[in-house]
Ligand binder design. Sequence first.
Ligand code: HAM
Length: 418
Amino acid sequence: MTTFRAARGTRDLLPTETPRWTALERPADDLAARYGYQRIETPMLEQTGVFERGVGEVTDIVEKELFRIAPRTEEGESWSLRPEPTAGIVRAYVQHGMQTWPQPVKLAMTGPMFRYDRPQAGRYRQFWQFDIEAIGDPGPAIDAEIIELGTRFYADAGLTGVEVQLNTIGDPACRPAYIEVLTAWYRQRTAQLPAFELGRLERNPLRLLDSKDPSMVALNGHAPRITDHLCDACAQHFAAVQEHLHVLGVPFRVEPGLVRGLDYYTRTAFEFYIAGREGQQQALGGGGRYDGLVELLGGRPTPGIGFGIGLDRLILALDEQGVTPAVAVAPVAVVVGADPDDTVGRLRIATALRAAGIPARAELGRRKLGKQLEAAARDGAHFAVILGDELASGDVQVRDLPAGSQKVVPVSGLAREI
Ligand code: HAM
């Protein structure tokens, strides 16, 4: 017989793990709302062009990691699972005419993303992101506000030691000239470039800058820096973002090699790390400004900025720091009975308790009372509601399990008593 397993790089989140997720997803929603971000949901699949055009054709995400859906649809269109939410959200912004709404449009989403990458610890083919996007504000104040929001999310989750790495990658006014300088610099050193990086040099030279290949890391220390080639507007923007972060008390480190793996970025780029744990699989989250993306996807020129925080990696980091949120899943009350066959009586009382808002479970098996009480204690219930002879006069016994005390309570006042 074939036995089936979850697809490679994907995993089941079992009830033993899901409370960890709930403990992040709810605060993510609340925090986003507190900062004025409203929830949006976009489909998990989009026309492939949304990602090819939005994220960029010469990026790892599109070249190597896109989950393309085969066969092509009847309309002859090609579809892919979303590797990230920003392109789809911007597609929705354009499609629904959100440029006529009061700007900026501030949107939040938490959900699964898909990248066909080689799975390993902290890198999955299905992973979850908490994503924030503010579309229609050119910054720089909102850049700092968004970075501060990210750091607050980590702090609220109980994670310590998070460092913000910050850079700017210029804009269409200054980046092309910088890319020429950079390309020329690498061309003079082709002998030192690994074959793969040599292949990317002519197609997307910026990507070489954040190569994790050890020989490249050494080389890149000497590469020309974008911060020395910014136009005035980009330089002013970068300085103002830093000024705002200082005032908000958000520590950050300027990292000239930070270029991000997606092509839509302009100006502000940032990533979140545990200090000292930088590496390809170590980014806890990242984001930046994408002032050209709305136009690229068919809208009017509109600036935007956002971030994506990886929840899987956040949970790994919390585990490493020994932070386990206490999430109550135990029923408050378990309804048991002396007559094993009276499932109707037990179910009726549990139903009434639940209707009154009390987490309750009825013993639906037909085991003896002693066993039922043992199971209630094992569940971590606070109260056992025991149906016995008193039921004839409208009463039940309520046992406080941790205290070991017991008293008779009328059924009519049971919910209130509990
Ligand atoms: P990204 O840096 O590609 O940015 O992903 C954001 C975060 O998602 C990463 O820092 C990491 O924590 C997590 N992540 C990425 N790939 C994986 C994976 N294979 N397994 C587990 N976690 C992963 C974006 O996706 C942009 N959309 C962020 C953004 C929003 N920029 C502007 N707005």
